[in-house]
Design a protein around this ligand. Structure first.
Ligand code: LMR
Length: 328
């Protein structure tokens, strides 16, 4: 770019993101990494944006930056602490640098379904987790659901031994590294935005994710198939900086948090259906979905569950027991 073109590009990017905002409004930039439609987080973020812009017009305005267009999950929390972005909703696997408590959500086969996750998050333990990073400058505001994770690779995965020797992309979580090692895989931490290219080029052989992410990012197009393991979960924490929340007038903060609560309740109820629709869309688009017999699935449980023991100290045996009691 010439210097003049660079100057034009810079001035464009400085104002382009704020199109929805009038002078004097509090600007709320919400950065996330997934697609917007047919996705639990994408839909919830868009609804939040619409409601804030309708109901808080003149006071605040929100602009959502989806699909890693502003930050990927490795950068967004630092950017938030710098005041460059006000809202984010990284998956619970992305908080390793800030707290080890969330590791419970990554332990394989910890929760039977998203209702169990919801109940655990709604318990006193779950609610306290939202406050666990205050000393690090972050305040959790709401848990948002995605759903259960499935496994895909460039060859059929039926038995856990089929994963032996394969390279798997994982989120930036040591629990997920241990989980893939437990099935003989070689895990590689990688940003979400890089996964499609890495699968396509054979940098990795496989990955784990929810139906909505596998469909939304078209991973199924560059994989042999997806096996319905339901072996873990992806959920999110909507998070803001303590400093930014403190800077808001109490009535503005209350109105914003009320809208957020209502959006959370409305959209969390739909997350399962959104993922099931994405599963069907994969099949409709010609993708392969493999179901496991109870016996085959048990082999995955047996292979992965020993990982719990490695992390019991981080997450607390009493929390593991509480999660298991909810499943029962
Ligand atoms: C991933 O990195 O695979 C997910 O956390 C992406 C997301 O936000 O669902």
């Amino acid at each position: 770019l010439t210097a003049a073109a660079t100057a034009v590009a810079l001035s464009f990017s400085a104002t382009a993101g704020l199109a929805a905002c009038d002078d004097g409004e509090i600007v709320i930039k919400f950065s996330h990494v997934t697609n917007t439609d047919k996705h639990p987080k994408g839909i919830a973020a868009s609804l939040l944006e619409q409601r804030v812009n309708d109901e808080m017009n003149g006071t605040a305005c929100m602009e959502v930056f989806p699909s890693s267009t502003l930050y990927n999950d490795d950068k967004v929390l630092e950017a938030m602490l710098q005041g460059d972005v006000q809202l984010a909703a990284p998956s619970l696997s992305k908080f390793e640098k800030f707290t080890k408590q969330f590791r419970i959500f990554d332990l394989p086969f910890m929760f039977t379904n998203i209702e169990a996750v919801d109940a655990f998050q709604g318990s006193a333990t779950g609610q306290a987790m939202k406050d666990s990073m205050q000393r690090r400058g972050l305040q959790g505001l709401a848990f948002w659901h995605n759903g259960m994770k499935q496994m895909s690779a460039n060859r059929p995965l039926v038995q856990p031994t089929d994963a032996n020797g394969l390279k798997f992309r994982v989120q930036s979580s040591d629990v997920l590294v241990a989980q893939m090692e437990a099935i003989g895989g070689s895990p590689q931490k990688m940003a979400f935005s890089e996964v499609y290219g890495a699968l396509q080029q054979g940098v990795v052989d496989g990955q784990e994710n929810t139906w909505s992410n596998i469909f939304g990012r078209k991973f199924f197009e560059v994989q042999d198939g997806t096996t319905e393991t339901n072996h873990g979960i992806i959920d999110y924490l909507v998070v803001a900086s303590v400093d930014w929340l403190d800077s808001l007038d109490a009535d503005v903060r209350d109105q914003f948090l009320t809208i957020l609560d209502e959006v959370t309740e409305a959209r969390n109820k739909e997350s399962f259906a959104v993922n099931q629709a994405a599963r069907q869309s994969i099949i409709d688009a010609g993708g392969t979905v493999r179901e496991l017999t109870a016996e085959q699935r048990q082999a995955w449980v047996d292979a992965m569950k020993p990982v719990w023991a490695q992390f019991a100290g981080d997450v607390g045996q009493e929390n593991i027991d509480a999660a298991q009691a909810i499943n029962a």
